[in-house]
Design a protein around this ligand. Sequence first.
Ligand SMILES: Cc1cc2nc3c(=O)[nH]c(=O)nc-3n(C[C@H](O)[C@H](O)[C@H](O)COP(=O)(O)OP(=O)(O)OC[C@H]3O[C@@H](n4cnc5c(N)ncnc54)[C@H](O)[C@@H]3O)c2cc1C
Length: 453
Amino acid sequence: MKVAIFGAGVAGLSAAIELVDRGHTVELYEKRKVLGGKVSVWKDSDGDSIESGLHIVFGGYTQLQKYLDKIGTGDNYLWKDHSLIYAESDGKQSFFKKANLPSPWAEVVGGLQADFLTMWDKISLIKGLWPALAGNEEYFRSQDHMTYSEWHHLHGASEHSLQKLWRAIALAMNFIEPNVISARPMITIFKYFGTDYAATKFAFFRKNPGDSMIEPMRQYIQSKGGRIFIDARLSRFELNDDKTIKHAVLRDGHTVEADAYISALPVHSVKKIVPNEWLEHDYFRNLHQFVGSPVANCQLWFDKKITDTDNLMFSQGTTFATFADVSITCPEDFQAGMGSATGGSVMSLVLAPAHQLLDLPNEVITEMVMKEIHDRFPKSRDAKLLKSTIVKIPQSVYKAVPDVDQYRPDQVSPIRNFFLAGDYTDQHYLASMEGAALSGRQVAEKLHQRMGG
Ligand SMILES: Cc1cc2nc3c(=O)[nH]c(=O)nc-3n(C[C@H](O)[C@H](O)[C@H](O)COP(=O)(O)OP(=O)(O)OC[C@H]3O[C@@H](n4cnc5c(N)ncnc54)[C@H](O)[C@@H]3O)c2cc1C
């Protein structure tokens, strides 16, 4: 069977891996010149790796890890110390470090030892978060009607712990504030964090996600006969009388004919290519419930090390929510002699919430970020900023706001030869690399069930 996949992010690449393994003829069409979508990384004219966004892998990412093992890159990332590190003013750091005990004692004892929480924060947190720790998938779904802030206060947890601990987590997960994000994804994370030690440990790619994951995926697909086309944007579908797809039309006018078609586009792009004739189905109309979260990623090259922390860091009250010194966390890229790096820190910072930043000139954003960097990392005051870059993504992952989860579409559409993959489709993870990988596996399995071959 011939399958045409549109969109070469993690979802499209995962679907392609599954389908070439099953012996199908696979063609993958990507609109950009670089593969990877939101995980894409490219080299600029200085030879520096520019990331769409700082990415980490969690221990619970079993599907993604299966793919990485399959393509021979299972050790392309490095696990870090299991703690949440918050950068504070004047170079101080606060820690939420899991104790070396089985869950949930690892978290309870870790929480009790956290120096940036008051005793009341700790007691109210343990009491307040208990329903999340004891909850199951059904309970999490039932909480999707309220924001996380509402849920937090309803369960008697303190405002201080919300601002100090969880705000940064909401911004890291979905780039939106706790009073905007649904309770569901947050309490699901608490469950993992509080009951499964291994699932919440995290790792960085040895180089960057592009070289360590996307490029090996490309090589694997092509080695199995899959064909990948870049600069190949899907424009529209031409339909048969029964509204199934006759062929796809690319922006340059080329047509693509296949037995089955998979959209692995982000949801805001899918909406643009759904033919009007299909809008009689709730399935396609419901795609309009999703709105992308704006986010930006800033990279700063310094001539000196401004930190020695080999881990992800969080910060609250700053333009950046999560960040790392990738010259330390990713030892095979961003090192002296590679592009602009001279051995100093290379900070990669996720800027969120970003709705007010996107229209600002990059120099203004960099100035704001640098002031905060000087506050959080005093050594930076004596360091020279060699270079800065900013990547803005106006619509990144879908906003996980209350009541939207119910609209996540199944990978099987009402149109017989059309399927969806993507982090926003129905799989048990929030929008993430693991969610995208799961959607790729699910779409391949369901396509196989429906179409045979
Ligand atoms: C700043 C940032 C930080 C993140 N950090 C993490 C993290 O630490 N851990 C984690 O697990 N996840 C993280 N994520 C989320 C993760 O990147 C995404 O959930 C995941 O990569 C989405 O994959 P996807 O394949 O579903 O979609 P996408 O990556 O959006 O891929 C869709 C592809 O379709 C292409 N396309 C669009 N329109 C067309 C068209 N008309 N024709 C052909 N191709 C088209 C796009 O160019 C793109 O390549 C982060 C995201 C961002 C933005």
